[in-house]
Design a protein around this ligand. Structure first.
Ligand code: NAG
Ligand code: NAG
Ligand code: NAG
Ligand code: NAG
Ligand code: NAG
Ligand code: NAG
Ligand code: NAG
Ligand code: NAG
Ligand code: NAG
Length: 817
């Protein structure tokens, strides 16, 4: 798998390298009394979905396990492991067979190391173990037809497959658990566990079986409280059952909406729901907690978690991974250790000028387990920490002195642009600070407490300030490749008056207004989640710089200094389209002619992105907020091409979904690959808003909330009065031909089947009046997400009668021809 295109955090498959040459299939789906599985032998479920046999995770180890995996999936993905804690090393002299009515795995010395462990008195000859097409491995009493003695679904490892009841069995008093693997190459039980808390009907994720860091919230009869996205789930059917015998949740796939879905308690500490894409990748379309850094202790002691970096974990400066081999397997839980011992740990070495120092870390979320001490000033706080050898860090804020004793846990760093977090001073050996002065943070010399120390400290601070000032007054900027300007960060800081005038906030960061020396007004975007390396970032920026079109916002330059990544754009005096098209207190009504011109210009900008750039760029977030207007109300599409720039593939994960609800095409949810037609869909939704002057979801017909596109379609198809659709503020002033054209194109764009939607090129031609085609038959229904102004959103499916898990309150009329 190509790591660059599939950042690890995305797919997070328990990626198993199987080095078994051609498995020999027993040609059966079961193991009966006379058979055993050993060596390369496997059994296969009747429909050829799952395979069971020995596998070896990872390259180097010689540890084999009995497991179940998907037959068709090229990346061997293990969904169940029998002997997860006790691997065997020679699979040819080991075997899985039925013994005394149980399924037993014997190791090389014929010693049983794993068993189904049921007590029964059934003769082994009648017992049979069958691998089913749903992934369940079932031990049955073959003679008396369907008596199930044991099944793997009752003993899941880290994977929860559709059709598996997962919860609590009150008859056997067993609580099932999904337990993560230790790391991607070790199936033994890891730190993260999902289980049901029966007392509150809530699923919980625990760290080390103790610390609870995610809750599903109680089952409210329909969904779990903290998982509103279940409301509109087009992929699964599910239910939670609780009675005197058992409590469990179970889910099934609706129709063929997705292939090979599975829920996994992942090594990342996140519960993930994945499916298999036609592009032959696993797609994690849901995960909880959403942010990696919300998983406690994920980076271990002295590790810093940062959502913006890949990998997520890094050691604090002056520290290195304790166990490098685990770190490389993305198991960071062992944390980091000092490269150089602290001075105070060396009893010999006292007071020869090499006392420990403190590294200043800004934008930090402070670690766990702080202690409050009384100190009137930062200098005193520092002295207290410095004079106590077990103090590893301090922070001083609003006259409060916090110190940490022992390992620092749960360190998180925000991105520089977020202006969040606090300053933490971490104790390091003096030599560490000297050797890595440039790389990270500002270094403050540690000074022996007392007045003399304070004086020196003051001197230092003044020195630092002077140096910074010097920089401030000589801002530099330099021209680089192509037409782009590489800006110095300080220069932009001054140009934006220290980022004081915020213009808005988009998917990738906040935008500030600024002014260059030559009085050119600019818009500066502070990128928030850049995980690209310097070189790659510059490459992507210069690519973006070559994308120039009258209907696209022009990139003027950029700044890339360490973690500070900014983009400088032309400033658009008329702001974004949403502030003009939707009614606000002081907005002037845009006349029809302007609206039409904006629609056409936007379409041309998108056509350029889709069809005329070297690589097709899918915008993924087309909406009025991302169409900016220059002084002449000429539209300029903004915010394109950034997903690649920040180095994360946003297009795949529902939880960090790039698009905006209300404009999202249905394929975003079903998990198939996104094409340019997703932009076409969003553009269509926007066209409806050009007509009505209101958000699609906020449309009222006779007092009922209606979904405007559906209602508009019924008028258009039924030959009704199109002027009734028009923004009443226009008082009927619109070109009827153009109005009909826009409405029809909009309907054409929002069809469920992406192949039936037009291309942006066709749309431009129709709007230009060149392509006078008879539009194909208009869709009968509109599957769309509607932002119903509450956290729950709604999916409109095929027809109003078959709406599945929809909000009951919403009135919807489905257009029919
Ligand atoms: C298993 O072995 C027993 C005894 O050797 C024999 O009677 C039986 O037919 C065998 N069953 C199968 C399925 O081969
Ligand atoms: C395992 O081996 C493959 C092929 O030799 C290699 O590409 C991969 O990086 C190895 N994985 C690890 C974790 O060493
Ligand atoms: C088989 O398992 C037993 C019990 O755990 C162990 O003592 C023995 O060494 C194992 N045999 C081999 C060859 O690993
Ligand atoms: C998990 O908890 C056990 C005790 O329940 C403890 O011995 C162990 O050290 C803990 N693991 C970690 C990584 O803290
Ligand atoms: C579990 O079973 C016991 C009887 O064995 C019963 O008293 C109890 O209420 C049951 N628990 C639940 C949650 O139904
Ligand atoms: C609980 O289990 C008993 C015994 O298997 C069965 O008779 C009863 O119907 C079950 N109750 C429910 C509510 O499923
Ligand atoms: C699912 O797909 C299979 C094969 O593609 C097809 O035979 C079956 O009818 C489909 N089922 C549904 C419910 O669409
Ligand atoms: C400390 O002193 C002892 C005895 O004088 C010596 O053996 C040791 O190397 C010294 N350690 C350091 C770190 O200087
Ligand atoms: C260091 O600080 C800790 C926590 O405040 C305290 O328990 C310990 O006694 C201190 N050690 C010394 C040598 O002062």
């Amino acid at each position: 798998m190509d790591k660059k295109n599939n950042p690890r955090h995305m797919v997070l498959v328990l990626f198993v390298f199987l080095f078994l040459k051609a498995h020999t299939c027993l040609g059966a789906d079961s193991i009966s009394a006379n058979q055993s599985i050993s060596g390369d032998q496997t059994i296969e479920s009747a429909g050829g979905v799952f395979v069971l046999g020995f596998f070896k995770p990872g390259n180097s180890s010689n540890s084999y396990y009995i497991g179940i995996w998907y037959k068709e999936i090229s990346e061997h993905t293990i969904v169940w492991v029998a002997n997860r804690e006790r691997p065997i090393s020679d699979r040819f002299s080991s075997g899985l067979r039925i013994s005394d009515g149980n399924l037993v795995l014997f190791n090389e010395s014929k010693i049983p190391i794993w068993s189904t462990n049921i007590v029964n008195s059934i003769s082994s000859y009648s017992v049979q173990a069958v691998l089913q097409d749903n992934g369940n491995f079932v031990l049955k009493d073959g003679s008396n037809s369907p008596r199930i003695l044991w099944q793997s679904f009752e003993h899941p490892t880290n994977t929860w497959l559709p059709g598996c009841k997962f919860g609590y069995n009150n008859m056997t008093k067993t609580n099932q658990r999904l337990v993560s693997w230790k790391n991607s190459e070790d199936p033994s039980p890891g730190l993260y566990t999902l289980e049901l808390d029966t007392s509150s009907s809530t699923y919980k994720i625990l760290w080390n079986r103790s610390k609870n860091y995610w809750n599903s919230g109680p089952w409210n009869g329909r969904i779990f409280d903290t998982v509103p996205e279940m409301n509109s789930n087009p992929i699964f059917e599910f239910t939670y059952i609780t009675n005197i015998n058992e409590s469990y949740f179970i889910y099934y796939v609706k129709g063929n909406s997705t292939k090979y879905p599975r829920a996994v308690m992942d090594v990342s500490g996140q519960l993930k729901q994945l499916n298999w894409l036609p592009t032959k990748q696993w797609n994690a379309f849901w995960s909880q907690p959403r942010q990696q850094c919300e998983v406690p202790y994920f980076c271990g002691a002295y590790g810093i978690c940062n959502e913006m970096s890949l990998p997520f974990c890094n050691c604090l400066m002056g520290f290195e991974p304790k166990l490098k081999s685990f770190w490389d397997l993305e198991d960071y839980s062992h944390g980091c250790q000092r490269k150089t011992k602290l001075n105070c740990e060396n009893i010999n070495d006292t007071g020869n000028g090499k006392r420990d120092k403190f590294l200043e870390m800004s934008s930090m979320s402070l670690p766990e387990a702080q202690q409050y001490v009384t100190a009137g000033s930062e200098a005193v706080c520092k002295a207290i920490c410095l004079n106590n050898c077990s103090c590893t860090a301090y922070a001083f804020d609003s006259n409060k002195c916090l110190i940490w004793v022992g390992e620092l846990l749960n360190l998180k760093q925000f991105s520089a642009g977020e202006s969040k977090g606090e300053i933490l001073y971490v104790r390091l050996a003096a030599s560490e600070l000297r050797s890595s002065r440039k790389s990270n943070g500002r270094v403050i010399g540690a000074v022996v407490g007392g007045a003399s120390g304070l004086a020196v400290l003051l001197g230092l601070i003044i020195l630092v300030i002077l140096r910074q000032r010097k920089k401030i007054f000589s801002p530099g900027k330099a021209v680089v490749e192509g037409s782009l300007v590489a800006f110095d960060y300080r220069y932009l800081q001054i140009a934006t008056n220290n980022f004081s005038e915020k213009l808005g906030r988009g998917g990738f960061g906040s935008v500030f207004k600024g002014k260059l020396n030559d009085s050119t007004v600019i818009a500066v975007k502070q990128l928030e989640s850049v995980s690209q390396g310097e070189k790659q970032f510059r490459t992507e920026v210069s690519t973006l710089g070559t994308i120039q079109h009258v209907n696209l916002v022009r990139l003027h330059g950029f700044c890339s200094q360490g973690s500070k990544k900014l983009l400088v754009y032309d400033y658009m005096p008329n702001g974004s389209l949403d502030s003009h098209i939707f009614e606000t207190k002081n907005s002037k009504v845009l006349n029809w002619e302007t609206r039409y011109r904006i629609a056409l210009g936007t379409a041309r900008g998108l056509r350029y992105l889709h069809e005329e750039c070297r690589e097709c760029i899918i915008h993924c977030d087309v909406k009025p907020d991302n169409v900016l207007l220059d002084a002449e109300f000429c539209p300029k599409v903004a915010d394109f091409g950034l997903a690649k720039l920040v180095g994360r593939d946003f297009s795949r994960v529902l939880t960090s979904m790039r698009g905006t609800r209300g404009y999202l095409a249905p394929e975003w949810i079903s998990g198939v690959a996104i094409t340019a037609k997703a932009d076409v869909y969003s553009f269509g939704m926007m066209l409806f808003e050009f007509v009505s002057g209101r958000r699609n979801s906020k449309y009222y017909v006779n007092g009922d909330v209606s979904f405007f596109p559906t209602w508009a379609a019924s008028i258009i198809i039924g030959g009704g009065d199109v002027f009734s659709l028009l923004d009443p503020r226009l008082e009927g002033n619109a070109d009827p031909e153009e109005l009909i054209r826009v409405c029809r194109v909009a309907c054409w764009c929002v069809q469920r089947e992406e192949t039936q939607r037009p291309s942006m090129g066709q749309i431009v031609q129709i709007l230009e009046g060149i392509l006078n085609v008879n539009l194909p038959p208009l869709p009968r229904s509109f599957p769309v997400f509607v932002d119903n102004s509450d956290p729950e959103y709604i999916l409109f499916t095929e027809s109003s009668s078959s709406r599945s898990i929809l909000s009951q309150e919403t009135v919807m009329s489905t257009a029919t021809s």
